[in-house]
Design a protein around this ligand. Structure first.
Ligand SMILES: [Fe+2]
Length: 512
């Protein structure tokens, strides 16, 4: 069985797990009530509810009680179940038709140093967080998710005239409706039943095992549309399933100059398996006379820039630098050694020194001050314009949830999960798994605007591809296999750097 989180060390049950739980909270200056320990030990993965609680609080109590943990687990689920989203508003415009503009990667290249940086952070949470984690916050959050995604769905031809679920339930003809997935389950005969909710009611839809819908990926808390017929027991037999998706492929809107952007993530500075020599090679290559190196205008760093402290139990055994500032100072030196013509845009990941709940704000000021002026800090996720090319950067923690809930998905093929995110128009649709989500007033994990480039990290693999005109990039790691990964036969694809030509969207992977 593939582990639910590659980057966590083994979590055995029993005594050792108990010790690890206590050590984990102890590092954060708090204690666990005995009842809370018992509850957590009875869970499939005891760390998940605990992390969810820790993520939900800015100030930790002296003792974390069972009540605290249960509240954190239940709050959002209740809110999702009781949320009554408001009616959708106007439709969004369909994307422009496809027009490919391929060109040779080694075509005309320009010197990045001839072009001053042009970076705009179009959207991130930094400085805009308002949530306190109350039940009302969760209700508002899920309502925003439903309203925004159902507005996208209503613009789809297949869902023209979509009804509210309360009306669809009473229909005896073909029905079309939009709902948030409250539950997905399999029947004994291999069919699947989806429970869907909107502001008016709840309904069950059957995906027959012998229909084309059998292969469709459906996850809880995503918002989708169903076309089908209602049988005499009020069950919808689904004929088709409609996702917000990127309805029409679009051309890559590139720059007029052949400048390039490179992508790294999961540097894990401070880890004792950080790949010093490989990083030195990367630094030397960037400053070299190589035509591609000279044309690099941007470096996008998609989170887990340092290994962090206390991110998982017994992490101290895997650290070369056991001080969080020390880790960022070391990274700052590495960044300062990169050539001046490369402007760095950096977002955090789950190992970084910001709140773990997504959306994460940019690294805090005291850490930013360690770096020179060549760095621009943004939140996770962020929509960033680089010379007018829109890059959606997301660390990718939700891939843990995609891998554990979707049969056939795995950590070696992150691009598959990225395509699902674009089809669902949501970076982390599954609530209540490994990805802690802060209930902000707006759902920042919705892919509102279709980017030109979509980049993730987190899984320590590497890949480039395209989906309906969007260039997909998963950037690899600069950390060698950890003892835990070795035990599980997980081979990270380290020290490979995707590079995208911002004029054409063409991508290559450079290995160091
Ligand atoms: Fe990560």
């Amino acid at each position: 069985m593939f582990p639910t989180n590659v980057f966590y060390p083994t979590r055995p049950n029993g005594l050792r797990m108990r010790e690890e739980l206590l050590a984990f909270v102890g590092k954060r200056g708090t204690l666990l009530e005995p009842e809370a320990v018992e509850y957590l030990l009875a869970q499939q993965d005891p760390m998940v509810p605990l992390e969810r609680f820790l993520a939900s609080r800015q100030d930790l109590p002296l003792v974390v009680t069972l009540q605290d943990v249960l509240q954190a687990v239940d709050l959002a689920r209740k809110a999702a179940a009781h949320a009554r989203p408001t009616a959708p508003a106007t439709a969004v415009a369909a994307a422009a038709p496809m027009a490919l503009a391929p060109a040779s990667f080694h075509g005309h290249a320009e010197r990045a140093s001839d072009h001053s940086p042009d970076v705009k952070i179009l959207r991130d949470i930094t400085g805009r967080s308002t949530c306190e984690g109350t039940l009302e916050d969760f209700t508002r959050y899920f309502r925003h998710r439903f309203t925004t995604l159902s507005r996208m769905l209503r613009s789809r031809r297949e869902l023209g005239g979509a009804q509210e679920i309360a009306k669809a339930r009473r229909s005896t003809r073909e029905v079309r409706f939009i709902g948030m997935v409250a539950d997905v389950r399999n029947t004994k005969n291999g069919h699947r039943i989806l429970d869907l909710e909107d502001e008016t009611d709840r309904i069950s839809a059957l995906l027959l095992a012998d229909s084309p819908l059998a292969g469709e990926t459906v996850v809880s808390d995503e918002v989708l549309g169903i076309v089908g017929t209602v049988n005499d027991r009020g069950l919808v037999i689904a004929q088709s399933l409609v996702r917000p998706d990127i309805p029409v492929a679009r051309p890559f809107r590139g720059t007029s100059e052949h400048i390039r952007a490179a992508f790294v993530s999961d540097i894990h500075v401070g880890s004792n398996t950080f790949l010093d020599e490989k990083w030195a090679k990367l630094t030397a290559w960037m400053a070299s006379d190589d035509e591609v190196a000279r044309s690099l205008r941007y470096l996008v760093v998609s989170g887990d820039v340092v290994d962090g402290i206390g991110v998982y139990p017994r992490q101290d055994e895997d650290l070369a630098i056991d001080d969080i500032y020390g880790q960022y100072e070391d990274l700052a030196k590495k960044m300062a050694a990169l050539p001046d013509h490369v402007t760095v845009v950096m977002i955090p990941g789950n190992h970084d020194a910001v709140r773990p709940a997504e959306p994460q704000p940019a690294l805090p000021q005291p850490i930013q001050k360690l770096f020179d002026s060549n760095l621009i800090f943004a939140g996770n996720p962020s929509l960033v314009s680089l010379h007018g090319v829109k890059v959606l950067a997301y660390h990718g923690r939700s891939m843990d949830d995609f891998v554990s809930s979707i049969p056939g998905m795995n950590y070696h093929r992150p691009i598959d999960a990225m395509k699902e995110m674009l089809k669902m128009r949501h970076l982390a649709p599954i609530y209540g798994g490994k990805t802690p989500i802060a209930p902000e007033a707006e759902d920042h994990l919705i892919v509102e605007e279709v980017p030109d480039i979509f980049v993730t990290g987190h899984v320590h693999a590497v890949g480039v591809d395209a989906y309906r005109g969007v260039v997909l990039v998963n950037s690899s790691t600069w950390q060698a296999q950890t003892p835990y990964q070795k035990m599980r036969n997980i081979e990270p694809m380290a020290a490979r750097m995707p590079i995208v030509d911002l004029a054409t969207g063409q991508a290559v992977i450079k290995e160091f």
